[in-house]
Design a protein around this ligand. Structure first.
Ligand code: SF4
Ligand code: SF4
Ligand code: SF4
Length: 346
């Protein structure tokens, strides 16, 4: 499928090859994308074209996202202990089928509002902000903003303290308790699970594939699709062209200091936001400033984040060392001194 403005799997691959200088689409050329400066990607979401897949059992983008990310979903321990001092925990493991909101098992959702007598369907997920407060303020450095534009949580490092959710203007990341490294640090009251959210299909785009949601939507609607993926500058231009064409509005260009997701709508986003606030007070579409925009905020982002990350890393390294030492002690064979046993340990 191909259209005048849209990105297809084929021309994405082609650009990947051009960018890397490989000159041909193939595994060799695409793998070079990971080692050379990759372009920054973004998505454009045309709300005038999304019908919420209302005749399908599940929206195709949601279904595809769940399918490709299934292996990353959490499998918590049976008895999840309450966090301290909150005396509660987050458990979505028995509600894995929920698609009406973002959860650790559902990284994209379709909101529906009626504005001016018109149904508006809004695909929601992480916006992949240009200067993401979630990543800048994660005390353990568990979130990374990659050169391709994606903001990705490292599930192996995340302690689930949910600071990323607190500083995200849309409260996107969702926590599952009873899983992750915090369990090994107990009774130290740090974290409380692992956070999950859309990772912009970082693993797929590294291989030259387009995000699964975009692919699934395109398979269903072809040229009439509302989801577009490509270089950020091209997506932004496409959003402006479309907004001009329909005398409409853009959301995501300036919000939170700029994002990698551009929504275009005929209806002003203020009106959509008002409707959203009636039902879902967190996942709204208001005008938001980046909390790191002022000097103090920047200082916090640049100094406190990495400093605490470093402390966290030292803590984890000490924990790891202690665990290795324990394992080594129990694996020492009779008659062999610990130093002689080191080889086996490695
Ligand atoms: S974005 Fe595409 S796949 Fe998703 S609900 Fe809208 S039309 Fe369906
Ligand atoms: S939308 Fe929220 S979670 Fe996503 S990058 Fe921006 S601040 Fe982070
Ligand atoms: S980009 Fe990938 S992870 Fe994000 S919503 Fe789409 S399919 Fe899910």
């Amino acid at each position: 499928m191909e259209d005048k403005q849209g990105w297809t799997r084929r021309n994405f691959l082609k650009t990947g090859a051009i960018v890397t200088g490989a000159g041909a689409v193939g595994v060799l050329g695409l793998s070079k994308v990971a080692f050379t400066k990759s372009p920054t990607y973004a998505t454009m979401i045309d709300l005038t074209k999304c019908d919420g897949c209302k005749n399908e059992p599940m929206p195709k983008c949601v279904e595809a996202c769940r399918r490709v990310n299934e292996k990353k979903f959490p499998n918590p321990q049976e008895q999840i202990k309450d966090l301290w001092p909150q005396k509660t925990h987050d458990d979505w493991s028995r509600k894995r089928d929920v698609t009406s909101t973002l959860t650790p098992y559902n990284w994209t959702t379709i909101q529906k509002v009626e504005v001016e007598g018109e149904d508006v369907f809004i695909p929601r997920r992480c916006m992949h902000c240009e200067n993401p407060p979630c990543s800048n303020l994660c005390p353990f450095g568990a979130l990374d903003k990659h050169g391709d534009g994606s903001v990705v949580i490292n599930h192996a490092l995340c302690l689930g303290g949910a600071k990323c959710k607190a500083v995200c203007p849309w409260h996107i990341p969702q926590r599952q308790s009873g899983v992750g490294i915090y369990l090994k640090l107990q009774p130290m009251p740090a974290g409380g699970g692992v956070m999950y959210k859309c990772d912009f299909c970082h693993d797929r785009t590294k291989k030259g594939l387009i995000p699964a949601c975009v692919e699934a939507c395109e398979k269903r609607l072809g040229d009439k699709k509302p989801l577009f993926f490509g270089r950020r500058d091209e997506m932004l231009k496409m959003a402006h062209d479309r907004a001009r064409e329909i005398n409409g509005f853009i959301y995501g260009e300036k919000e939170n200091g700029g994002t990698g997701t551009f929504y275009v709508s005929r209806i002003p986003f203020e009106k959509i936001d008002m409707k959203l606030k009636e039902t879902k007070p967190t996942l709204t579409m208001g005008k938001v400033q980046n909390p790191l925009r002022d000097v103090n905020g920047w200082a916090k982002g640049f100094l406190i984040g990495p400093a605490v990350s470093a402390l966290g890393a030292v803590g984890l390294a000490l924990y790891d060392r202690k665990r290795s030492a324990k394992a080594s002690a129990s694996s020492v064979k009779p008659g062999i001194a610990p130093s002689e046993n080191k080889q086996t340990e490695d």
